[in-house]
Design a binder for this molecule. Structure first.
Ligand code: AMP
Ligand code: MG
Length: 439
């Protein structure tokens, strides 16, 4: 049996010597993808030209310095420019004003400020054209003007390599005209369920002895959410020969990860380890000191280019969920070169007991009030109990040492789904710290 920290180091080491290729993807389809390299702004300034931040009138600030309510200043309006217009061919003089709409280019000349429309009195012709304005206070130079390049300057690094792209990143990249982005290929993951008791989750009526296969669809969806390309190969009903044939067939065009559920503990039908050994896989771990999910098998195929990794997760649904969140996720993260995930820390809402010597991953509920915050380990921690997961918004992680953690103890907590707000890093996969507490 190995400790969780050792298992993480092992998975990271496996990821470090395996590389995903790169592909180019349209910007619109890049959410969730991981940048293959840093992305810089191009040769453009953003904003591309000085423009107005308000609907109002462009004026020369220096010419308005004497304006007050008692002594208003009248200026003739010589043009109106809206967003999309070019600046007037002839630059206005300092004693003139130009009506200007938000986003329209500044008219040039001496006009260096915009007074918003609410702050002037406007005299209009019958057709609505502004003829003259009356200014009640001085304008400040640069007031309500968005300067060229204030948002982006050319040649600036915008995002580091290994950033997992969010919609907000796309907004930033589209602003400077990026249309196709070099991203890491998605890790390819194959999922196989084992268990002769499994019926499709869609079945109308269960036969005696049957249960619904809940973790098959869960894993496929969960993997996709983590940015992988998941392929489900169905259920092998505890038939080692069929499993071996299936596994061998995968080696023609191997995925990066083969994931199975069930048949990795000590039961009569727990054949995965024997099958792997028969086929020449190298088994690296068979038990990890955790709860739930202790019988977790890690193996690798050492031949060929892709060299798939194998993870055999235990069949109980919560063990499978813990396997996905705390083993598969950090492995995929390392494979794509993403930064390690840091836990939240929260005080326990109640005394919480656990078995000595096992790192525990408990279904948990975080509460963030206006003046208090805490995490509660939910009732029903048995690994077959799925219902509490629907109440959960996170996992509380209790260290190996100790049997009792008292209320108020600060403990590690992870969101149900990892969060991706972090920037990319410039180091390569494999350079990541192998500490158990921040995967
Ligand atoms: P195993 O790890 O094969 O011994 O399975 C442990 C428990 O998990 C058993 O009660 C199985 O019936 C259950 N189980 C295994 N696979 C699944 C699955 N795909 N969906 C739901 N429960 C499962
Ligand atoms: Mg089984």
């Amino acid at each position: 049996m190995i400790a969780y920290g050792e298992a993480l180091s092992l998975l990271r080491a496996l990821a470090a010597v395996r590389k995903l290729g790169t592909e180019t993807v349209e910007l619109e389809r890049c959410v969730g993808r991981v940048l293959a390299g840093p992305v810089a702004s191009g040769s453009e300034f953003v904003p591309p030209f000085d423009n107005s931040a308000m609907d109002g009138f462009a004026v020369c600030a220096a010419a308005t310095s004497e304006a007050s309510v008692a002594q208003t200043l009248r200026l003739p309006v010589m043009a109106c420019i809206v967003a999309g217009d070019r600046p007037p061919a002839e630059p206005p003089r300092r004693s003139e004003a130009v009506e200007i709409m938000t986003g329209a280019p500044m008219p040039g000349g001496a006009l260096d400020a915009v007074i918003k429309i609410e702050d002037v009195r406007v005299v209009r012709d019958s057709d609505g054209t502004a003829r003259e304005i009356e200014i009640l206070r001085p304008a400040k130079a640069g007031e309500n003007v968005r300067r060229q390049g204030e948002d982006y300057r050319p040649g600036t690094e915008l995002l580091g390599a290994h950033t997992r792209l969010l919609p907000t990143h796309l907004l930033g990249l589209a602003t400077v005209g990026h249309d196709r982005i070099a991203v890491k290929r998605k890790p390819r993951v194959v999922v196989i369920s084992t268990g002769r008791e499994l019926a499709p989750h869609t079945i109308r009526t269960l036969e005696p002895g049957q249960i619904r296969n809940s973790t098959g669809p869960f894993l496929v969806a969960g993997l996709e959410e983590l940015g992988a390309e998941a392929r489900y190969l169905g259920v092998v009903a505890d038939e080692p020969r069929r499993f071996e044939a299936l596994l061998s067939s995968l080696l023609d065009d191997p995925p990066n990860l083969i994931l199975t559920t069930g048949a990795v503990s000590m039961g009569k039908h727990d054949f995965i380890a024997d099958s792997l050994a028969n086929l020449g896989w190298q088994i690296l771990a068979q038990k990890v000191a955790i709860r739930p999910g202790k019988p977790l098998l890690i193996a690798e195929w050492e031949k060929g280019k892709t060299r798939p990794v194998f993870m055999g997760l235990p069949g109980n649904p919560i063990s499978t969920a813990v396997g996905l969140r705390f083993f598969v996720e950090p492995f995929l993260r390392a494979l794509t070169g993403l930064q390690t995930e840091s836990p939240l820390w929260l005080p326990l809402a109640a005394d919480t007991s656990k078995p000595e010597g096992l790192r525990c991953f408990f279904k948990a509920r975080m509460e963030f009030g206006a003046s208090s915050f805490s995490v509660r380990s939910l009732p029903g921690q048995a690994s077959f109990m799925v219902h509490p997961l629907l109440e959960a918004n996170g996992w509380v992680v209790l260290p190996e040492e100790g049997r009792q953690h008292s209320k108020g103890t600060w403990v590690e907590v992870y969101h149900l789904q990892p969060t991706w707000s972090g920037m990319g890093v410039r180091d390569e996969p494999g350079d990541m710290p192998a500490r158990a507490k921040d995967h």
